[in-house]
Design a protein around this ligand. Structure first.
Ligand SMILES: [Ca+2]
Length: 134
């Protein structure tokens, strides 16, 4: 995510993946990145799977560290569902047909980052829009 600055619909897939820029190498400091997913069928839900997560700390509840979150409506940063406490490999039903995924890193200490799988429930296609620095 956020290896480029192009915006717009990039792919439509039934199963897709997102990873932090430079994964599995360390992500970069001072990053703010948003990715948008949207099902083609507006009544379908997007399901996420956290496959890997290594941030600078296991506790991403603070505001002064690195974190990744998702939200189904555009809200302010830090008001989504943080993925840090999620069990890897378990399905996360976002209950939404649009999902915004935000990743943020601060200036100190980086990690491997995050690797996510996403899909539309019942085989629905999901459009992945280009991620952008935010
Ligand atoms: Ca950090």
């Amino acid at each position: 995510m956020c290896g480029d600055s192009i915006q717009g619909l990039a792919t439509e897939v039934t199963v897709g993946h997102l990873e932090t820029f430079n994964y599995p190498g360390d992500y970069f400091p001072n990053t703010q990145c948003t990715c948008r997913l949207e099902t083609i069928d507006p009544s379908a839900h997007i399901v996420l799977y956290l496959l890997d997560l290594r941030l600078n700390s296991d506790d991403c509840s603070g505001s002064d560290t690195d974190w990744i979150e998702y939200m189904t409506t555009e809200q302010n940063w830090g008001h989504g569902v943080k993925l840090c406490g999620q069990i890897r490999g378990e399905p996360i039903d976002t209950n939404g047909n649009k999902v915004y995924i935000n990743f943020r890193s601060d200036e100190e200490i980086q990690g491997r980052g995050a690797w996510l799988k996403y899909l539309g429930e019942n085989g629905n296609e999901v459009g992945q829009y280009q991620c952008y620095q935010s």
